[in-house]
Design a protein around this ligand. Sequence first.
Ligand SMILES: [Zn+2]
Length: 126
Amino acid sequence: MSRREFSKAVKLQIIKRATPAGTLAPPWCEECGSMAFKWAIDHIDPDAMQIDKSKPLTAADGQLLCLPCHAEKTKADVADIAKAKRVEAAHLGAKAATPRGFAKVSKEKPPLRVASGVPEIMRRFQ
Ligand SMILES: [Zn+2]
């Protein structure tokens, strides 16, 4: 299922919640509390981690974050989502379609064929 996005009305609720009332100041980051001149609306619980996506997102599902806080949270979320997928795949017994990495190559040199005391490569050019 695809990722649920916040509707315009819900985004507006989140922005109003993060903006000091009665001022023209920019909204405040709901994580670090600094003024957020540039910000993003973030899913508090990553949408990829949700099992039931049938209900629409509300303002309680989102938060306004400044870009540094959003980048830090997104990095952690991406790692958590990847781990959840790995754990789920291992639990269900799914394996990779092809072996990972490169095939092992024997480090042994092939035996040099020697007939009549002259190596094969030398015989070819005689
Ligand atoms: Zn912040």
